[in-house]
Design a protein around this ligand. Structure first.
Ligand code: HEM
Length: 342
């Protein structure tokens, strides 16, 4: 990319995250990043299904969508069609994968399947709808979350040039240390990049709110009674903006707050309880992809910023839309310019 170019960074990051999560879970690359190809029907169906499901969660009257579902009309008809398409595409991929695994086994009894989740599930003897549903939930969980976090981070860094300079400095100093590029060990040590990602997710959590229904009567640790069937919601977006949890400067983008000794070079990160910062949930149902998400986000953010300057075209505060996954209304149009090397 030689000249300055405008692109919707949110869209590019979403395409990248979808390709990455499909590669990890199915061992299949839908090539969404390749703009010369049409968007695969599987991707469109995932979008439709998540949008309509999110609307269900926000509907003031559950009875309306239940009635539409019973009559198979309107949005519920569209949802059913989208789910059928996702199921069909994923089952086709599973069939092909099984065939490939059997062929590899026939050639050599010692042959191992691929490294993707699907190969591992099939090799471990799982099958049928269970495998289909496991890989679909993995894709749903991993697709728009990382792209949402990174979109808001790029926006915040454009407003906090000092933080961006420090982030680029960390990446350059790590790479200048005779390291083997952005490998796993190097990425693990990028504490300032991680602090920026956490700080961005504190203000704009990809999962802004989440609910559970009680299977039985229960009592919360603070003594609040929860009846069978009650819906309990936790709200990371609100918690990330509470003065009682983050102090008087909660509204500031301040990566330093994640360090044990703010301002120290190559400092250590502070352990922060997931019950204070529940962007990945907390307790037994904590996000299974958390570590993978951090590695992926560090890699993408470091790779982009070491080469390019990203400047939003519009400097007005974007609107946060808290659907199933929070995103930026209208996308993030940015100018991309090659970074001057020092
Ligand atoms: C910034 C990125 C991410 C955030 C903020 C995030 C957040 C969350 C949250 C809040 C939950 C709990 C949902 C619930 O309780 O209903 C969850 C669950 C889950 N996440 Fe993530 N996630 C991220 C990335 C990923 C990635 C990249 C993957 C995998 C590729 C992934 C896989 C999962 C899975 C499998 C679960 C279900 C765990 C269970 O139900 O036991 N996540 N995630």
């Amino acid at each position: 990319m030689e000249a300055e170019e405008v692109l919707d960074l949110q869209d590019v990051l979403r395409r990248l995250a979808f390709d990455a999560v499909c590669k990890v879970s199915l061992g299949y690359d839908p090539c969404c990043l390749d703009l010369s190809k049409p968007v695969p029907p599987l991707v469109k169906a995932f979008d439709t299904a998540s949008e309509i499901s999110a609307m269900r969660g926000m509907a003031p009257m559950i009875v309306v969508w239940k009635l539409k579902r019973a009559l198979n009309i309107g949005s519920e008809k569209k949802l059913k069609e989208a789910i059928d398409l996702v199921h069909g595409c994923v089952l086709e991929i599973i069939r092909n994968k099984k065939k490939a695994l059997e062929e590899a086994k026939a050639k050599s009894a010692a042959a191992r399947g691929g490294e993707d989740l699907l190969s591992r599930l099939l090799s471990a003897g799982h099958d049928g709808d269970v495998v289909r549903d496991m890989v679909i939930s993995f894709i749903m969980a991993g697709r728009d979350t990382t792209s949402s976090a990174m979109t808001w981070l790029f926006w915040l860094l454009s407003k906090h040039e000092n933080a961006e300079k420090m982030l680029v400095k960390e990446v350059e100093s790590m790479l200048g240390n005779g390291r083997n590029g952005l490998d796993f060990e190097t990425l693990k040590e990028m504490n300032f990049v991680k602090a920026c990602i956490c700080e961005s997710m504190r203000l704009y959590p990809p999962v802004a709110w989440d609910s559970k229904h009680a299977l039985d009567d229960d009592v919360l640790p603070d003594g609040t009674f929860v009846g069978k069937g009650d819906r309990v919601t936790y709200f990371p977006y609100g918690m990330g903006r509470m003065e009682a949890l983050w102090g008087k400067d909660w509204f500031e983008f301040e990566p330093d707050r994640w360090f044990q000794e703010p301002g120290a070079e190559n400092g250590l990160l502070k352990p922060v309880s997931p019950f204070k910062f529940p962007v990945f949930q907390a307790g037994p149902r904590v996000c299974l992809g958390k570590e993978m998400a951090f590695i992926q986000m560090k890699y993408v953010v470091a790779s982009i910023l070491k080469k390019f300057e990203i400047r939003p075209v519009n400097r007005e505060q974007p609107v946060f839309v808290p659907l199933l996954t929070g995103h930026m209304a209208g996308g993030l149009n940015v100018l991309v310019k090659r970074r001057e090397l020092k």
